[in-house]
Write a protein that binds this ligand. Structure first.
Ligand code: BGC
Length: 625
């Protein structure tokens, strides 16, 4: 009896010694040692939660709500693994017996999005406007350092879809309307992050240029336009920087879902461009898992049990050849081998970084980057502010509650945000106290009446009106008027062609006109600051101003960066990566955004490669002092 036990133990030891281990055996051997269930589980993520499923497009299958308690019993992987980095968007399946660790993936473009405090860098649109690849690379490195500190392996960024239309809700997370510009900045960003030994996930591949019905809309686009414009930045970043992973988009392209599109994912991406990483779906893209695997969409994120069951059944019924799974696993394993999860196991902060110090240094970088990406659109001798300027009539709610970033998966859990008012005060200016009090009260009351801000929601604050009489008093008692206009936007919805969004409201227009009249009567200037992720229609109002500064969504150091540019501490150097159009009708895609012919199933990119007929400020425009 004792002998049998000893033999059995020896056999077990021998067997486990022979079990291939990732990194020590070839990937092929590791794959050959997997059960079908293990293979499929690794090809499907381990789920997170069920609160952010995008609204289904009309043509898309609507998912039934999951029964209560589903996630408690879900066995895709252990809850402990899912909770490894709180707030991370997804995690891959671990197979400890083969030495395969869980890989953590987290958003997003403007800083790491997890539940812990990270640096909120300026919007990527602003980074692109800096046109400074060294700076962008340094921001990427800083994000990479925070990933290593917290144990995140793959950053779900950058988003590099072409800014086809100023109303796209996610333009703040994208880079440019110009494909070469977007490709150049994307490569610098990816190189920066990946130089720290962590991965990127370039998204959303491809033609995801709007939020309306993003998970079902069929983008009808001519092949040569697709390649020359919408695929171009992806091609450049793949060829120049080899991102570890890519995210397929929700939409269809010429009738086929991007995630099921082998022309896109295999013929072009892998065979033509030489992509060496793996492709994952956008979150909850829920088309046919079998077709996704066949097309070369290697990992389905964040993963559902239903997908696992479907894939296992497909292999068992002969609908799907297991060799397809093996091919896709061969794309995934080399990436896992490079991840901190593989190299350092559960150990976070392998570099022994000091968090406080790191966040301080990154805050300084966020400020530098924000200032360098701001674009001076107009200047009639108003800027930089000279020593004679001391008292400031600081108007516009955005001066007191400056937007740092947009909403959605690109939001960041930041430690703080600097408003323009505080920053100007810190630099020795005196904001008008009556205006300040009025705005602060108004903002506080508006916040009290609405749900608390979150990644997906910013309270809406209306703009305050000022009578001509009040304005005259402000002009008499202050040296200058600085007025901030702001717009919020983000993932899930596009912006609207209405007053208060793309168009100015009558309150905003009056504010500008009255300020202009009152301050110019006193021989004092009016400076307009734009705190917005994308452009808006300014054609009728710029003439009233002496200077216009596009400050974008500048991240947590927003106010400081604005003040740095206003004072000339950092001379403006940004250039517009997309145009300000004269009228919305000048936007080439206007007749076909977000739908074509009112059909909720499709959008035709009929404008092809057309350039705008008329712009207020063209791509590449930007002044300096
Ligand atoms: C977004 C992606 C994001 C993912 C994970 C999706 O809704 O489209 O950009 O990376 O969620 O948060």
């Amino acid at each position: 009896m004792k002998k049998i036990l000893i033999v059995n133990i020896l056999l077990l030891i021998l067997l486990s010694a022979c079990t291939p281990q990732l990194g020590r055996s070839s990937d092929e051997r590791v794959i050959a040692a997997m059960t079908l269930e293990e293979k499929v589980s690794l090809l499907v993520g381990t789920c997170k939660d069920w609160n952010l499923v995008p609204e289904a497009a009309p043509a898309t299958r609507h998912r039934e709500p999951v029964p209560e308690g589903y996630w408690d019993t879900y066995q895709g992987n252990t809850a402990a693994m899912r909770g490894k980095v709180s707030g991370a968007a997804g995690i891959s399946y671990a197979i400890p017996r083969l030495g395969i660790p869980p890989v953590v993936m987290a958003d997003g473009p403007v800083g790491l999005r997890i539940d812990s405090v990270c640096t909120a860098f300026p919007s990527t649109a602003l980074l692109a406007a800096s046109n400074d690849t060294d700076l962008v690379c340094r921001v990427g490195q800083a994000i990479g350092e925070e990933m290593r500190y917290y144990g995140v392996d793959i950053l779900l960024a950058p988003g590099i879809n072409i800014m086809r239309n100023p109303l796209c809700g996610r333009n703040y997370e994208y880079l440019s309307a110009d494909p070469d510009w977007a490709g150049r900045i994307a490569s610098a960003y990816v190189r920066g992050v990946q130089s720290k030994g962590v991965g990127t996930c370039v998204k959303h591949f491809a033609a995801n240029n709007q939020e309306t019905y993003r998970n079902g809309i069929d983008v009808q686009v001519d092949d040569s336009v697709l390649r020359k414009l919408y695929l171009k930045p992806f091609e450049q970043v793949v060829r120049d920087a080899q991102p570890w992973t890519l995210m397929s988009s929700y939409n269809k392209i010429n009738g086929t879902y991007a995630s099921e599109n082998s022309y896109l994912l295999t013929d072009i991406l892998r065979n033509e461009w030489g992509f060496e990483g793996f492709v994952m779906t956008d979150w909850w893209a829920e088309e046919d898992p079998v077709r996704m695997q066949l097309a070369g969409n290697d990992m389905l994120m964040p993963g559902t049990q239903e997908q696992i069951d479907t894939l296992i059944a497909a292999v068992r019924s002969g609908r799907l050849d297991e060799a397809v799974l093996d091919r896709n696993l061969l794309h995934i394993l080399p990436v896992i081998r490079r991840c901190p999860a593989f190299l350092y196991g559960d150990r976070t902060n392998p570099d022994g970084a000091d968090l406080d110090r790191m966040l301080r240094e990154h805050a300084a970088l966020a400020r530098e980057a924000a200032a360098k990406g701001m674009v001076l659109l107009r200047n009639r001798h108003a800027l930089p502010l000279d020593a004679s300027v001391s008292s400031v009539a600081l108007l516009g709610k955005g001066s007191y509650d400056t937007y740092a970033g947009g909403t959605g998966s690109g939001a960041v859990t930041k430690a703080y945000k600097v408003n323009i008012c505080e920053a100007l005060e810190r630099q020795g200016f005196r904001p008008d106290s009556i205006a300040r009090k009025r705005y602060m009260n108004h903002i506080a009351l508006s916040y009290d009446a609405q749900p608390a801000p979150s990644a997906w929601f910013m309270p809406y604050v209306t703009e305050l009106e000022w009578t001509q009489e009040d304005m005259t008093r402000l002009a008499q008692t202050n040296d200058i008027c600085i007025l901030t206009l702001q717009r919020m936007a983000g993932e899930g919805t596009d912006r609207q062609l209405v007053e208060g969004d793309y168009y100015l409201t009558s309150v905003e227009k009056n504010l500008i006109r009255r300020a202009s009249q009152a301050f110019h009567t006193q021989g004092k200037p009016l400076v307009l600051i734009l705190n917005t992720g994308s452009t808006l229609e300014l054609t009728d109002v710029v003439g009233y101003t002496d200077a216009v500064l596009m400050a974008w969504l500048p991240g947590q150091e927003a106010g400081n960066a604005v003040a740095d540019v206003l004072t000339g501490a950092v001379p403006p150097q940004g250039k517009l990566p997309m145009p300000f159009y004269g009228r919305y009708s000048d936007v080439p895609s206007a007749p076909n955004f977000p739908l074509s012919d009112g059909d909720p199933n499709k959008v035709c990119y009929r404008e092809g490669l057309a350039r705008p007929a008329r712009t207020l400020y063209d791509t590449g425009f930007g002044l300096t002092y």
